[in-house]
Design a protein around this ligand. Structure first.
Ligand code: DGJ
Length: 731
């Protein structure tokens, strides 16, 4: 709930309070964000910092009203020009060339309906509720530029969202150099620990811990997507921070393009966090009466280390980001043709594979790349979205009907944002590609990016996909995107608007996916970007699941899925059992372990079921049953990390516990065996201390208290890469 009293604004979730006030000069001053406080009026006033009058040579923003130096002040929205030398949340260039803004409080409103960012994905609430959103209106003292700060509260998951809107109410244009989505200024003793995520193709979501003192730390992407190099998610807090210890803040951005997150610690110990669209990749000029809105950012607080941040963020994504028909539903177990046939797609092979898969209990057949145009390899044909009837004799409808007759659903792959230079589409419309006239655009995977910012191109690309979907009973789409943007140029944008292209591109993708979900509301959409290069809450607003990585090796996946699940719920993570030796790393792991690891995601297969060893194939029906038995728990339960192979180099363990704590499932994978080492003690997490549990397959009962504090002894299996499930139910 959000309340206001005498210029003091209080945002409260179930377990946190966020407090700021309007100081006498009209600056919005941040007072507190942390554990929930029961605050009296006097208590709030006592939190307002006292100015020491010893500002040395600091610049004083408004000598008439106070002696505040903004350079040392915790603010809600900083700008350049009046003495704050930290990075600003907003930076504008006015018609006279000046860059100095002076935003002061003008008014506010508190709304029952959650305020949405204009034209962008926004967290939603199922119902109206008193005190859902707060809009603070600030006005620059000289120009007539208005800055609106929008806060919304999601009580039960302890999350607060923010976005910002700038409106030019003056008569001259105003250029935006930066408009970040959120800012958090907090007092520190000069050091903070940061957890961020970096990576590359097939190595997504690698956690990186950094200790920062009196300098600036930046995470950013500049290739037009949120990227596998730097997820917009970040945690920072006290230096002792660990999985279960420490006060910290977690942030994410509902945006799928270039982003930047910075944490800057100044000389006075003020830590300033900013997150939003990467300012170096956005230039927008607002003409009179025009406005621009930032994407929405989400933040949460934990007084118990990373674990609580994950729990809050999972609940937030599950309840307030993922939408539509599949939001709460068990997803069909799929088999994807990619690692089974790559580009060598033939209807006979497809049907043979589908038949064998259906026999094993697999429910959805997904035809990946290679089914269209002249697509015999990745050198050609993107954009030619018509069925290659040489490969698929009888056409797509025939194939879909045949698969349906087997009792399976049918799904298909597209890469709608791309165009190959060797395609009919490019030959007819070379101008459809993003490029700078007179410069040869750079290739990546032998393809260019379509200029979806042009309506004509966007409509064309959408219609290509929709036509195929209308032509047969297709119930699933994998929407892939295999390159980053470069050589930024568009035929239609005038030179002075070219700096908007990256952002317009993201808006275009959102528009296409919204159109698709409106026209095909029951379609199951899985986003993908050469694996997980666009795994962010913006994409999850359109698709309930995203393919985590092209690396399907069970052991690599332990790391990738652990990184991903630090932020995103298991229900959103595409995970499949694939064949061995693994196509990416050549490792051989037991089929059983591959199944356990894929169970921590949407679950499916990525192999030629007609060719794998009989002993593997025979295990599929039991894995199918395992998925159905546990999927409610995996999808909806609370996720706990227990041991990380990435850290200890020997074994991995994590669990999911039902909300009512009556059931739990822990996955244990021994990555490398150790000689002369008899058993490991695993301290289970998330159980109710006072409840008693039975462990499936074992005699006896254990108290939750014992399992969490004294642990459970797990005997070492003989060999590497061996896994087991530990299933607990309350007795
Ligand atoms: C990249 C994806 O991540 C893969 O799963 C597969 O769909 C290929 N693209 C197809 O080109």
């Amino acid at each position: 709930m959000i309340t206001e009293n005498n210029g003091r604004f209080l945002i409260e979730t179930d377990h946190t309070s966020y407090l700021f006030y309007v100081d006498p000069a009209g600056f919005l001053t941040h007072l507190y964000y942390g554990e929930k406080l029961f605050l009296t009026e006097d208590g709030i006033d006592a939190m307002i910092p006292v100015i020491s009058n010893q500002n040395g040579c600091s610049i004083i923003a408004d000598q008439k009203e106070s002696t505040v130096s903004l350079d040392d002040w915790c603010q809600e929205a900083s700008s350049r020009g009046r003495g704050d030398l930290g990075q600003p949340m907003i930076e504008l260039v006015y018609a006279d060339g000046s860059r100095s803004s002076d935003f002061r409080f003008e008014s506010f409103r508190i709304e029952r309906i959650k305020e949405q960012p204009d034209g962008l994905p926004g967290a939603y609430k199922e119902e109206e509720q008193e005190g859902s959103s707060l809009v603070i209106v600030l006005r620059d003292q000289k120009s007539r530029t208005v800055l609106e700060l929008v806060y919304s509260v999601f009580e039960e998951c302890d999350c607060i969202t923010r976005f910002a809107r700038v409106r030019n109410e003056g008569e001259e244009p105003v250029r935006i150099l930066r408009l970040m989505s959120t800012q958090l200024d907090v007092r520190t003793d000069g050091q903070q620990k940061i957890l961020s995520f970096s990576g590359e193709w097939a190595r997504e979501m690698e956690p990186v811990e950094t200790i920062l003192s009196a300098s600036r730390f930046t995470v950013e992407s500049g290739g037009g997507t949120s990227s596998n190099k730097a997820n917009p998610f970040i945690i920072f807090g006290e230096t002792e921070l660990s999985e279960t210890y420490g006060q910290c803040y977690g942030f994410n951005l509902l945006y799928s393009g270039n982003h930047q997150e910075t944490l800057e610690i100044g000389g006075h110990g003020r830590a300033r966090f900013l997150s939003g669209i990467h300012p170096e990749f956005l230039e927008i000029t607002l003409q009179p009466l025009e406005s621009f809105c930032s994407p929405e950012a989400v933040q949460t607080f934990s007084d118990g280390g990373y674990q609580q941040i994950s729990l809050h963020m999972h609940a937030f994504v599950r309840e307030h980001i993922v939408r539509g028909y599949w939001k709460k539903k068990e997803r069909p177990i799929l088999i994807n043709s990619w690692e089974a046939m790559y580009f060598d797609v033939r209807e006979k092979k497809v049907l043979k594979l589908a038949k064998e898969a259906a026999k094993a209990g697999i429910e959805l057949f997904v035809l990946d790349d290679g089914w269209f145009g002249n697509r015999y390899d990745d050198n050609r044909a993107l954009g030619d979205w018509f069925v290659n009837e040489e490969k698929l004799k009888g056409g797509l409808k025939y194939l879909v009907d045949e698969v349906n007759k087997l009792g399976m659903k049918f799904g298909i792959w597209f890469e709608p944002e791309m165009i190959s230079p060797d395609s009919d589409l490019y030959r007819a419309h070379p101008d459809y590609a993003i490029a700078i006239p007179g410069r040869e655009p750079s290739l990546c995977r032998n393809q260019y990016v379509l200029d979806l910012t042009r309506k004509e191109v966007r409509d064309y690309a959408y219609e290509c996909v929709a036509k195929i979907l209308r032509s047969a009973n297709i119930e699933y789409v994998k929407w892939d995107m295999n390159r980053q943007l470069s050589d930024i140029g568009s035929l239609e944008l005038p030179a002075d608007q070219m700096g908007e292209l990256y952002h317009r591109y993201v808006l275009a993708v959102y528009e296409m996916q919204e159109r698709m979900m409106t026209e095909f509301p029951h379609l199951l959409l899985e986003n993908c970007s050469g694996g997980g290069a666009r795994f962010d809450p913006g994409m999850l607003y359109y698709s309930p699941q995203i393919w985590c990585s092209d690396d399907t090796d069970a052991i690599e996946r332990l790391k990738i899925q652990e990184g991903t699940a630090l932020i995103y719920p298991l229900s959103t993570m595409g995970a499949h059992v694939s064949d061995c030796p693994n196509h990416t790393v050549g490792r051989v792991t037991p089929f059983e372990t591959r199944g356990y690891v894929a169970l921590a995601g949407t679950f499916g297969y990525e192999l030629d079921v007609t060719k794998i060893p009989e002993s593997d194939r025979e295990q599929i029906p039991a894995q199918v049953a395992m998925y159905h038995k546990y999927n409610d728990l995996v999808r909806e339960g609370d996720y706990y990390r227990i041991a990380s192979y990435a850290e200890n180099h020997y074994f991995d363990c994590y669990g999911v516990v039902s909300k009512n704590k009556k059931e739990a499932l822990y996955t244990y994978v021994q990555v490398l065996n150790r000689p002369n080492y008899h058993s490991r003690r695993i301290y289970l997490k998330g159980l109710a201390a006072e409840k008693y549990y039975a462990i499936e397959g074992e005699d006896g009962t254990w108290s939750g208290e014992q399992l969490m504090n004294a642990g459970l002894l797990v005997q070492n299996p003989f060999g590497d890469f061996k896994g087991k499930l530990i299933h607990l139910t309350e007795v």
